[in-house]
Design a protein around this ligand. Structure first.
Ligand code: AMP
Length: 280
């Protein structure tokens, strides 16, 4: 695996790769969720590039940018074992030489829903960095996890509206055996917090079975909220049933329906979701 930290070196190495190139953007602290995207990319493409970049523009002041886990050496070992061809791991200065960029990619509407409500500006940072990564790496396909469902909606809209020549592929959420969605932030959880966090996937499973049985949002949300509100140590940020593409409320909960949860467990914010009747 070749590792580059500059855009120029990355571009000249990519020019040598065969034409079918897939990109898997990550913030590192890699786990099986990330690896599932890499394996899907390897199945479909002749070359796979991964990026590791903890993107400052998607963190608001006071969020966990400084404490976000960074495990670069271990990540490199995993990526080599997965047969990744190229790793782009830039510094913040390489990506944002002027520190505060003056150009941003904005996807209004979807960016202001779900996480966009509690994390204003978050999706502007995500869209901007992903657009930059697409321009730097120039992949034909890019892989994202269903775990970050709102991010998927924002990036699909960006690719469509800007006619970006990248095919977005979305892979299912990888979970631990007990149901907890894998996340780089799970390592912050104490044993008792981890037990509390399990209420999120439990509530989602319950909600999903109700939606599949035809229940509407008015019926499903109180049942789920009851599970979450009665979990010690867990504080709900949002719980909504929306359309997976627009992220607008879906009162009937008729598929396609995205049941989305964000909750604080101690000082760690976790997100998870269940998709009923996938659109694509
Ligand atoms: P992150 O490093 O958290 O920014 O995630 C990088 C990519 O991995 C994103 O597309 C995430 O949606 C995806 N991802 C994170 N956790 C999981 C998971 N448990 N299952 C599948 N994909 C995931």
């Amino acid at each position: 695996m070749e590792i580059f930290s500059t855009i120029a070196d990355t571009r000249s190495a990519i020019a040598q790769l065969p034409p079918s190139l897939a990109l898997v953007p990550t913030m590192g602290a890699l786990h099986e969720g990330h690896l599932s995207l890499i394996r899907a990319a390897r199945r479909d493409s002749s070359s796979v590039a991964v990026s590791i970049f903890v993107n400052p523009t998607q963190f608001a002041p006071g969020e966990d940018l400084a404490r976000y886990p960074r495990t670069f050496e271990a990540d490199c070992e995993l990526l080599k074992r997965e047969g990744v061809d190229l790793l782009f791991a830039p510094s913040p200065e390489e990506m944002y030489p002027s520190r505060t960029p003056s150009t941003f990619v904005e996807v209004p509407g979807v960016s202001d829903r779900l996480d966009g409500v509690s994390r204003p500006g978050h999706f502007r940072g995500v869209a901007t960095v992903v657009a930059k990564l697409f321009h730097i790496v120039q992949p034909q396909t890019a892989y994202f996890g269903q775990k970050d469902a709102a991010q998927v909606a924002v990036l699909r809209a960006m690719v469509r509206d800007l006619n970006l020549p990248v095919d977005l592929r979305v892979c299912p959420t990888v979970r631990d055996a007990d149901g907890l969605a894998l996340s780089s932030r799970n390592r912050f959880l104490s044993a008792s917090e981890r037990t509390s966090a399990l209420a999120i996937s439990r509530a989602l499973r319950h909600g999903q079975s109700l939606v599949e049985a035809g229940a509407n949002t008015k019926v499903v949300l109180p049942v789920m909220r009851d599970i979450l509100d009665n979990t010690p140590g867990l504080r709900l940020d949002y719980l909504e049933i929306v359309h997976p593409d627009t992220l607008l409320p879906n009162p009937s909960a008729r598929p396609p329906a995205l049941i989305a949860v964000a909750a604080w467990v101690g000082t760690t914010r976790l997100i998870d979701n269940a998709l009923v009747g996938a659109t694509k």
